[in-house]
Write a protein that binds this ligand. Structure first.
Ligand SMILES: *[C@@H]1O[C@H](CO)[C@@H](O)[C@H](O)[C@H]1NC(C)=O
Ligand SMILES: *[C@@H]1O[C@H](CO)[C@@H](O)[C@H](O)[C@H]1NC(C)=O
Ligand SMILES: *[C@@H]1O[C@H](CO)[C@@H](O)[C@H](O)[C@H]1NC(C)=O
Ligand SMILES: *[C@@H]1O[C@H](CO)[C@@H](O)[C@H](O)[C@H]1NC(C)=O
Length: 510
C-alpha cells in the first residue's frame, strides 16, 4: 500500500496524462472576435476561454493557409517547409521528396511524434498539407483517423471543389480502422465535422492521452451558413458582413459544444489551443468579410493583419492565466507538444520553441526572433521562389518588424491599408490597390516597432538604420527550402474519377 502511494506521488503526478486538443480555425481575423473588440457579433465561448485562460497576444502565422498548417504539423518555419498555396493535385515527377503540395515526404509530423508516445491521435477537418501520395495521407502523418477534406476549401453543402473536365469533384474523405476512402455524408460541413470531433471526445478513454487536431472550415470562403443562423444577423445590411458574422457566431457555438463535451472527464487534464491560420480576408469582394481591425492589411499580406493571429490557450493542464505577450510562431506547438509527450522533436528545434514551461509555470517568452515567409511570384496564391518576407526581433520593450518586398514585385507589399472597424468599410474595398515599397536600404526600407505602433503607421527605418541593417543582414542568413512543386498531374483527375468523383491520393510511393 505504502509502495503504491509512493509510486503515485512520484510517477502518477509528474507523468499525468495531458490531453491535447488543438483547434485551428480558418481565416478568422484579428477583429472578428469579441475579445478583440468586435461589436457586431458576439463570441461568448471564445471570449470566455480567453478571459479564463491565456490570451496569446503575439502569435504569428504565415499569411495564408497551407504554409501555416505545414509549419504547425512539422515544427519548421514556413520558409523551411512550404510557402505556397498550390493545388494538392500538382506533382513534379523529378522530385519525389518535395515535388508535391504540402509537407515534403520524409518530414515527421506532430501526429507521428505523439502516436509514438502512446497518444490516441485523430484529425478532423481541413487537411491542406498534401494529398498526392500515401505518404501525405493522415495515416502516414501519425493519425489513427481523419474525416475531412484535402484542399484549401470546398463547398459547405455539396463538398464540391474544382472539377475534372466538365465534372465537379467532391472533397470529403474518411479514414479509420475499417474504411479509407470517400466519406458519404450529408449536411452542412461544419456540423458534420463538429459532430465527429465531439464523438471522438465522448468515445475517448480518459486514461489514455488524446491528441485531437480539429480544423473547422469556418470561417473560410465560400460565405455559406445555415439560413437559421444567418437570420439572426438580418440587421446587418451588407451580405458579406452578415454571413461572416453568422459564420463567426456558429464557429463560436461549435467550439462551445466541443468544450462542453470535454468537461465531464477530460477537461481537467486538457491543454486546449485555439488559433487562426492567418488573418481575415479583406480583398476578394463577394467572398470575404474578414476584419483585422485595428491592424493593417489581412490574409495574403505580411502586414500585421495578415500574420498576427487570434490565439488562446485554456484547459485544466494550463498553469498560467491572463495575457501572454511573448513572441510565438504557430510552429512552436510542435516542440511544445513533443515536450508534453516526452518525444524527441529532432531537428524541428531549429525553428520550433518549447512553450510548455511557460504555459505550465509562467515566466518569460523563450523566443526573441521569428522569420516571416513570403513567396515572390506575383499574385496572391502564385507559386514562386521562396523568400524571407521579413523578421520580427524582440529587443527589450521593443518588437521590431522588418518587412521585405520581393525584387520581382518591385519591392511592393500589398494591402498597405486599414479597413474600418466594420468591414467592408467602403473606403477600403480594394486594398490590393494599396502598395507600399519596402526596399533594401534604410531610405526605402520598412521597419516598425509593433509594440509601440501595432498599426504600422510609423516607419522607423530611416531613423534607425542600425537596426534596419542588422535585421536585413540577419534575414539574409536564413537558408531557404524551395522545391519545385510541379504542375497539375492528370492522374489526379483519373484517380478522382475512379473514386466516384472524389479527390484523394493517386500515387503509391511504397
Ligand atoms: C469508419 O468509417 C466508416 C465510413 O464512414 C463508418 O461507416 C465506420 O463506422 C467508421 N468506423 C469507425 C470505427 O469509426
Ligand atoms: C531532419 O532530420 C532528418 C533525419 O535525420 C533528415 O532526413 C531531414 O532531412 C532533416 N530535415 C531538415 C529540414 O533538416
Ligand atoms: C537592443 O539590444 C541591444 C543589445 O543586443 C541593446 O544594446 C539595445 O539597447 C537594445 N535596444 C532597444 C531599443 O531595446
Ligand atoms: C472607413 O474607415 C476609415 C478608417 O478607420 C474612417 O476614417 C472612415 O470614416 C470609414 N468610412 C466609413 C464609410 O465607414
Amino acid at each position: 500500500m505504502i509502495a503504491r502511494v509512493w509510486w503515485w506521488l512520484v510517477v502518477g503526478r509528474c507523468a499525468g496524462v495531458v490531453h491535447i486538443v488543438h483547434v485551428v480555425v480558418d481565416d478568422v481575423g484579428w477583429g472578428n472576435v469579441g475579445f478583440h473588440g468586435n461589436s457586431e457579433v458576439e463570441t461568448p465561448t471564445l471570449d470566455g476561454l480567453a478571459r479564463s485562460g491565456l490570451e496569446l497576444e503575439r502569435l504569428y502565422a504565415h499569411k495564408f493557409c497551407s504554409p501555416s498548417r505545414c509549419a504547425l504539423q512539422t515544427g519548421f518555419a514556413p520558409i523551411h517547409v512550404n510557402v505556397e498555396n498550390v493545388d494538392p493535385s500538382v506533382r513534379n515527377p523529378s522530385d519525389p521528396e518535395g515535388g508535391y503540395q504540402g509537407i515534403p515526404v520524409s518530414m515527421v509530423g506532430i501526429g507521428e511524434k505523439l502516436r509514438e508516445k502512446g497518444y490516441r491521435t485523430h484529425a478532423v477537418g481541413k487537411w491542406d498539407v498534401g494529398m498526392a501520395t500515401n505518404k501525405h495521407h493522415p495515416r502516414h502523418r501519425g493519425f489513427e483517423s481523419w474525416l475531412g477534406y484535402w484542399h484549401h476549401s470546398n463547398d459547405y453543402w455539396s463538398y464540391e471543389e474544382g472539377s475534372c473536365g466538365s465534372t465537379s469533384m467532391r472533397d470529403l474523405w474518411e479514414y479509420n480502422a475499417t474504411h479509407d476512402g470517400p466519406a458519404v455524408r450529408e449536411g452542412y460541413e461544419d456540423e458534420v465535422l463538429r459532430a465527429e470531433a465531439v464523438r471522438l471526445v465522448q468515445m475517448h478513454d480518459p486514461r489514455e492521452p488524446l491528441f485531437l487536431l480539429w480544423a473547422p472550415h469556418l470561417t473560410h470562403a465560400p460565405l455559406e451558413v445555415p439560413r437559421e443562423v444567418e437570420r439572426l444577423f438580418l440587421s446587418i445590411d451588407d451580405v458579406e458582413r452578415r454571413r461572416m458574422a453568422a459564420m463567426v457566431s456558429l464557429l463560436d457555438t461549435e467550439i462551445g459544444t466541443l468544450v462542453a463535451a470535454l468537461q465531464p472527464s477530460l477537461w481537467k487534464d486538457t491543454l486546449l489551443v485555439v488559433h487562426s491560420d492567418n488573418g481575415g480576408e479583406i480583398i476578394f469582394a463577394g467572398s470575404c468579410g474578414g476584419s483585422n481591425w485595428p491592424l493593417r492589411g489581412g490574409k495574403f499580406s505580411n502586414f500585421e493583419g495578415g500574420i498576427r493571429v487570434v490565439g488562446l490557450v485554456n484547459g485544466g493542464a494550463l498553469g498560467r492565466r491572463g495575457k501572454f505577450d511573448g513572441l510565438v510562431g504557430v510552429w512552436d506547438w510542435y516542440a511544445t507538444y513533443c515536450a508534453i509527450a516526452g518525444a524527441d522533436p529532432g531537428n524541428a528545434t531549429r525553428d520550433s520553441t518549447n512553450l510548455w514551461p511557460v504555459l505550465r509555470m509562467g515566466g518569460d517568452a523563450p523566443r526573441t526572433e521569428l522569420v516571416i515567409g513570403d513567396s515572390s511570384a506575383l499574385g496572391y496564391n502564385a507559386q514562386g521562389q521562396t523568400l524571407v518576407g521579413g523578421l520580427l526581433w524582440r529587443n527589450g520593450t521593443a518588437l521590431y518588424k522588418l518587412l521585405l518586398g520581393a525584387a520581382n514585385k518591385r519591392y511592393l507589399i500589398d494591402q498597405d491599408v486599414r479597413a474600418g472597424p466594420l468591414f467592408p468599410n467602403r473606403s477600403a474595398l480594394a486594398p490590393q490597390l494599396y502598395f507600399r515599397r519596402c526596399g533594401r536600404t534604410a531610405e526605402t526600407g520598412c521597419l516598425f516597432d509593433v509594440i509601440r505602433d501595432e498599426t504600422e503607421d510609423n516607419n522607423i527605418a530611416p531613423q534607425r538604420p542600425d537596426i534596419f541593417y542588422a535585421m536585413l543582414r540577419r534575414a539574409s542568413e536564413f537558408r531557404l527550402y524551395s522545391p519545385n512543386r510541379g504542375d497539375e498531374d492528370p492522374m489526379a483527375c483519373a484517380r478522382a474519377r475512379a473514386y466516384g468523383n472524389y479527390w484523394g491520393p493517386w500515387i503509391n510511393l511504397i
